[in-house]
Write a protein that binds this ligand. Structure first.
Ligand code: GRF
Length: 203
């Protein structure tokens, strides 16, 4: 039997994408499991979700480290100690420095609530509404040194309705996030993702 991929998840907030990955990992036919969850916030619901699933949950406080690179070196050390082959950002509210990004290049994914390259950064749903687009969505991408700029792995479109508020739109996008993030991790675990420059192909 082939070895199951161990995934490290970095999350700051409520952790619904983490939950989707935990749920997927509990299915016997799924080729990846969450091996460790790390949060920069002690009150993150992600830590409770990890504990409930029997997964190692670590609060690593940025304030305990002299600067960003010292903090990120500890993140890398803990991820390596958990033997992870892929790191998934799931609502991790810190910009990662180039040393961390380079250390995990090609093995670091993020989920973003828009059809990138439209509406990178914060409040993507608000940006979509303000711009008046009729279709937005969700994107799983590899992380590079920019903000939400890395090679795109999977996307899902979500129509904007005339009556949408930021909340209703975010809720419909989230449904797609929870579908495509586990799917992207599955493709990665199966070795089916190939990256050439900006282009990702799934074989
Ligand atoms: C999601 O909308 C994700 O796309 C963005 O941050 C949010 C995290 O939500 N990067 P959750 O913590 O996974 O519920």
């Amino acid at each position: 039997m082939s070895r199951v991929l161990r995934v490290g998840v970095l999350a700051s907030g409520r952790g619904t994408n983490l939950q989707a990955l935990l749920d997927a990992g509990s299915r016997p036919d799924y080729p990846a499991v969450v091996g460790v969850v790390i949060s920069d916030r002690e009150d993150s619901r992600s830590l409770a979700r990890a504990q409930a699933a029997g997964v190692t949950a670590l609060f690593i406080n940025p304030k305990d480290h002299s600067d960003r690179s010292a903090y990120e070196a500890v993140l890398t050390k803990r991820l390596q100690a958990s033997d992870v082959g892929l790191v998934c950002l799931a609502g991790f509210m810190r910009i990662l420095g180039s040393a961390f990004v380079r250390a995990w290049q090609g093995r670091l994914m993020n989920i973003h609530p828009s059809l990138l390259p439209a509406f990178p950064g914060l409040n993507a749903q608000r940006q979509a509404l303000d711009h008046g687009v009729q279709v937005t969505g969700a994107t799983v991408h590899f992380v590079d040194e920019g903000v939400d700029t890395g090679p795109i792995v999977l996307q899902a479109a979500v129509p904007v309705q005339a009556t949408d508020t930021e909340e209703t739109l975010a809720a419909r996008i989230l449904v797609e996030e929870h579908r495509i993030y586990p799917e992207a991790v599955r493709l990665f675990a199966e070795g089916r993702i190939h990256v050439s420059g900006r282009k990702v192909t799934v074989r």
